[in-house]
Design a protein around this ligand. Structure first.
Ligand SMILES: [Ca+2]
Ligand SMILES: [Ca+2]
Length: 186
């Protein structure tokens, strides 16, 4: 099984100011600028930056993991002063193989933390045939079914009010953005 997240850009912007909060969200600098890579579990892990994943002149990043169980994660966490934010990203997801007991998922997650780094909730965009996650007041799921390059936009204030009723927006002091290639079970 293989799972891949490909992204040319990822923007977390303060809506009112149009101010970009992420460092190197367009991946035009080396991946180590702004981003932290976390490998866990079994198998092959890879994070690569290249201009050729999408046929345009600028850089994309590729996050890959193979074999179960395990994950490859590229993450960046930023302090925020309020949740009037917009997340915008362009991505292409892939998966290979899988079954109901051992399945791959390619994800872009938004993680909401309080000032003490406690995880309050998560918004997860995911591409997976077999993933069995279920939504809750602290887990909002957006299943992606289009395998082509697609731009996604999320109004975070609205997301918290509508899909994450278990998260108090006032408590959100940090937001993490994570590109995740994951395999369950095994
Ligand atoms: Ca390109
Ligand atoms: Ca780029």
């Amino acid at each position: 099984m293989r799972r891949i997240v490909l992204l040319p850009f990822l923007l977390l912007a303060a809506v009112a100011f149009g101010q970009e909060l992420l460092t190197n969200g367009d991946f035009e600098q080396d991946i180590t600028v702004g981003w932290t890579r976390l490998d866990s579990g079994a198998g092959t892990h890879d994070v690569t930056r290249d201009v050729n994943y999408e046929p345009d002149p600028d850089y994309e990043v590729y996050v890959y993991q193979y074999d179960n169980p395990g994950s490859t994660v590229l993450v960046q966490t930023v302090d925020i002063s309020r949740t009037l934010l917009e997340l915008k990203f362009r991505a292409r997801f892939e998966e290979g193989g899988g079954s109901s007991t051992c399945w791959p998922a390619a994800c872009v997650s938004l993680l909401y933390y309080n000032s003490a780094d406690g995880l309050l909730g998560e918004t997860k965009y995911y591409y997976s045939t077999y993933a069995n996650w279920t939504p809750s007041p602290t887990l909002s799921l957006h299943q992606v079914t289009n395998p082509d390059w697609t731009e996604h936009t999320l109004d975070i204030d609205e997301e918290l009010a509508t899909n994450l009723t278990g998260v108090d927006p006032v408590q959100v002091a940090k937001v993490g953005v994570a590109l995740v290639s994951y395999t369950s079970g095994g």
